[in-house]
Design a binder for this molecule. Structure first.
Ligand SMILES: [Fe+2]
Ligand SMILES: [Fe+2]
Length: 484
């Protein structure tokens, strides 16, 4: 550490300039990393950007001659300091973390006398997409081949390995189902439940949603018919958090909303299975029993030993999620009272997940886009207009998980929605069948892509198709991503 740095440490002000300088350097590192993927090393833009990168490096060197960046679990360290990224540059931090992980890089050391040319070359090697089974070794070999000595790497320790984000999201999804099953079983016997675990699970879902909303919304395509209520509750919880986020709720509120949604159908543990799974229409008597579940749910929640730790909105949601915007629906209240905001949010998500799931008693399963249009017909009467509009916008004209026929004859699966309004009909799709109708494991394509020759869109959606008619299980595609 230089004299200047020591002085700063003693005065307690060291962290700020070093933090800032190290983060500035990484931001520039990120930019060069990205542009090197697109342009050759002698390109003007690269020259300009590597120039700025060197300037940042020199500033950093003045304070700390030793320059080491280390990846440790979910953090990047500069020498001994953990770097704290702001929300504005959080995506850069996430990007670098992911790229280093993919390449098994645990540490980057820069020697003080590294030249610009050397640094550019090293970054050009680093930024390449790696398909080798041992990416770290492949990068090392290339650095050696180019006799780069000012830039050295250390391999990530096995203990720093972590599941891919998709894998851990999928794991979280199934963990939530298992947890709810345990709660339902304990709830039947009025035993103690682990509400802290529930809260932690919902908090993790929230974190995953911030990082990878599309994939998490993709997981709501998982429909388990044997454990419908459990599966459905997790889907509704996920959708509600995503929707609440769009409506501007805070993190704390979103976790409460997620919890409330998670428990919305808890009352169904009291509903006899013959009624829950009855293939035909319910008799008047049976319908009345079914319609008791909001009440029973609220009662169950109030009786929990951990009741005090539950947000009060959970009781509202259990009680009110079948009440319509015009206050009809069930349970009937003698005095008309206003419905809780969270109940209105859950109502939209609940309805959507229910009608897009095949059930023995439901003749028609709606595709995701059909479900939205049906719901829009009932805006203002069944659903709150502001909430439903936000939901429809979030899901897009072709929601994640929709299967679409393209003008090329190919069949695509929507994997991400394009949020720009003018591209509402141009989401990202994974090609799952070629023009001849053969199933393929195709690429993910952005439908906003334009053919440079005729300046027209390369592909356009012709119509949505029902995956059931083609024997496709949409959830499998999302789970396959988690397996790679
Ligand atoms: Fe319900
Ligand atoms: Fe429900």
């Amino acid at each position: 550490m230089t004299e200047e740095a020591k002085k700063q440490t003693e005065s307690g002000e060291s962290s700020l300039p070093i933090q800032k300088l190290a983060i500035n350097f990484l931001i520039r590192f990120y930019i060069v990393f990205k542009v090197l993927k697109l342009y050759a090393e002698n390109n003007e833009l690269i020259e300009e950007q590597t120039g700025i990168l060197m300037e940042e490096l020199n500033r950093l060197k003045e304070i700390e001659p030793e320059i080491k960046f280390r990846i440790k679990q979910e953090s990047i360290f500069f020498n001994q300091q953990r770097l704290k990224f702001s929300l504005a540059n959080y995506h850069i931090f996430k990007f670098l973390l992911e790229e280093f992980r993919k390449r098994e890089i645990g540490e980057i050391d820069l020697s003080p006398d590294i030249t610009r040319q050397e640094l550019t070359r090293a970054l050009a090697i680093l930024c390449q997409k790696r398909t080798e089974p041992e990416p770290f070794e492949a990068i090392q070999a290339e650095l050696k081949e180019h006799q780069i000595t000012g830039f050295s790497l250390e391999k990530m320790q096995a203990s720093e390995w972590r599941l891919s984000p998709e894998k851990s999201s999928a794991r979280l999804y199934f963990l939530s189902i298992l947890h709810l099953r345990e709660i339902s079983e304990r709830g039947k016997e009025n035993e103690k439940i682990r509400l802290n675990t529930t809260r932690r699970l919902i908090q993790s879902i929230f974190n995953h949603l911030i990082d990878n909303e599309s994939f998490l919304l993709g997981l709501t395509n998982i429909k388990n018919h044997d454990e419908y209520t459990l599966n459905h509750s997790v889907n509704v919880s996920l959708l509600a958090i995503a929707l609440g986020k769009r409506l501007g709720l805070s993190r704390v509120e979103l976790v409460d909303l997620g919890l409330a949604a998670f428990f919305h159908d808890l009352g169904k543990i009291e509903t006899p299975l013959e009624i829950l799974n009855k293939p035909g229409q319910l008799t008047e008597e049976e319908r009345k029993i079914m319609e008791l579940h909001p009440h029973q749910g609220a009662e169950k929640l109030v009786q929990l030993k951990e009741f005090k730790r539950l947000p009060i909105s959970a009781i509202h949601v259990a009680m009110e999620h079948h009440i319509k915007e015009d206050l009809s629906g069930y349970p009937h209240f003698k005095i008309k009272q206003d419905v809780n905001l969270y109940s209105r949010i859950v109502k939209v998500c609940d309805f959507f997940d229910a009608i897009t799931t095949k059930r023995v008693y439901r003749k028609k399963v709606f595709t995701r886009a059909e479900a939205l249009s049906l719901m829009l017909e009932q805006i203002g009467t069944e659903f709150n207009p502001v909430i439903l509009k936000a939901f429809v916008q979030m899901m897009g004209a072709f929601p994640i998980g929709s299967v679409v026929l393209l003008n090329t004859g190919e069949v695509g699966l929507v994997t991400a929605v394009n949020q720009e309004l003018k591209f509402l009909l141009r989401p990202k799709v994974k090609i799952i069948a070629d023009g001849a109708g053969n199933k393929v494991d195709g690429e993910i394509i952005d439908l906003t892509e334009i053919d440079p020759e005729n300046k027209k869109y390369k592909r356009t959606i012709v119509k949505e198709i029902n995956p059931d008619d083609y024997g496709l299980n949409v959830a499998d595609y999302f789970l396959a991503q988690a397996e790679t």
